[in-house]
Design a protein around this ligand. Structure first.
Ligand SMILES: Cc1cc2nc3c(=O)[nH]c(=O)nc-3n(C[C@H](O)[C@H](O)[C@H](O)COP(=O)(O)O)c2cc1C
Length: 382
């Protein structure tokens, strides 16, 4: 393989280095995967306005997300089982993000625990919370996030029940992996991955095992997670979470203008326009298609962020032009991690920053805050 010049190169490398069941877990959407595909494809339909003879010196990608300084308006999205893409994946990604100067968001369903990530890193990271039926566990988790010094809580609202992902069912996905001949074969053909995994103790859901009532071993863990996502979650729950947490709060998984208005009323600091990377409601619009009407509805009341389908700095720029104040990448950094660990995440961030910077310059702008619909060519809703 030639040099790594774009995210697709990292994806190809990750496919070769990560056992199939875990690569597929990342590279999948719900049911027909139409929303998963649309997330990226709809970015491609948006065209940019090329401007010339504009002074391009002194460009900067720096800005803020929820008032926190970021080197570019791109955060790492919460991704469950990141530590199965590469040993200690959450720690490595958090380190790469901290060095770059952008936020890392740790998933509730991470392999490395809140405490393990906090111990291995120096800068505060963000924590993503799923609301579980066991409210004692949620309370304890919020306290642990505070103790770990997390500087924002990202509350995910679009996963009260799990969307069906065919690849995971076919692969019999679990963490840690099962030891059937098929699974052993998938791991044996990825010796580098195995070697790294043997060198870490972080191999199951670190935030849950040993912390949730009655979850001491793996069989109890899978039974617990399957029944734990709380189907009763409603807007009124956000109040008590906000109160318990007491810090910056971001609501993730908003895809509809009516829901965005409800979210704005909660007093949260930001919303993330997201369809969970196409992993929940297949057939829902892409995030970038949903963004304009949400910005129109609440853009003057709450900070609007976006994730879903971002594979380049150009995608980031398009989201900013349509009113997002920040973006998140999921698979783009996961592929980097699977390909080359911490160096791969850094490379993913370097690629995106360079593409964003160059595109911004060729559009005739010098700072990300200047980007607007004016930079898009005859923009029509995708
Ligand atoms: C493998 C995988 C696991 C994910 N796990 C979580 C999770 O634990 N919590 C969450 O809020 N979102 C989760 N997401 C959704 C991401 O936070 C984000 O919304 C999505 O990845 C954005 O789309 P992109 O991957 O195209 O950038 C996950 C996404 C992927 C791909």
């Amino acid at each position: 393989m030639g040099p790594v010049v774009e995210i697709a190169d990292l994806e190809r490398l990750a496919r070769r280095r990560v056992p199939k069941m875990f690569f597929d877990y990342a590279d999948s959407g719900a049911w027909t995967e139409s929303t998963y595909r649309a997330n990226s494809e709809d970015f491609g339909k948006i065209k940019l306005r090329q401007r010339v003879a504009v002074d391009m010196t002194n460009r900067s990608l720096e800005t803020t997300m929820i008032g926190q300084k970021v080197a570019m308006p791109v955060a790492l999205a919460p991704v469950g089982l990141t530590g199965m893409q590469h040993a200690d994946g959450e720690i490595l990604a958090a380190k790469a993000a901290a060095e770059f100067g952008i936020p890392f968001t740790l998933s509730t369903m991470s392999i490395c625990s809140l405490e393990a990530v906090a111990e291995a890193t120096k800068k505060p990271f963000w924590f993503q919370l799923y609301v579980m039926r066991d409210r004692d566990f949620i309370n304890a988790l919020i306290e642990r996030a505070k103790a770990a010094g997390c500087s924002a809580l990202v509350l995910t609202l679009d996963l009260q029940i799990l969307g069906q992902r065919h690849k995971d069912l076919r692969n019999g996905l679990s963490a840690p992996p099962k030891f059937t001949p098929k699974h052993i074969w998938q791991m044996a053909t990825r010796p580098g991955w195995c070697l790294n995994m043997l060198g870490t103790k972080n191999r199951t859901f670190g935030n849950i095992v040993g912390h949730a009532k009655g979850v001491g071993d793996l069989s109890s863990l899978s039974a617990w997670t399957n029944e734990q996502f709380d189907p009763r979650l409603s807007w009124s729950d956000i109040d008590w979470i906000k109160e318990r947490w007491g810090g910056p709060l971001i609501l993730k998984g908003i895809l509809d203008a009516e829901d965005a208005k409800m979210a704005a009323k909660t007093g949260a600091d930001a919303i993330i326009v997201s369809n969970h990377g196409g992993r929940q409601l297949d057939g829902a619009p892409s995030s970038i298609a949903a963004l304009p009407e949400i910005v129109e509805a609440v853009g003057d009341k709450i900070e609007v962020h976006l994730d879903g389908g971002i594979r380049s700095g150009q995608d980031v720029l398009k989201a900013l032009c349509l009113g997002a104040k920040g973006t998140y990448i999921g698979r783009a950094f996961i592929f980097g991690l699977g390909a080359m660990g911490q160096a791969g995440v850094k490379q993913a961030l370097d690629i995106i920053a360079k593409e964003l910077d160059t595109t911004m310059a060729l559009c005739g702008e010098r700072t990300v805050s200047e980007l607007s619909r004016d930079n898009l060519y005859r923009y029509d809703q995708p």
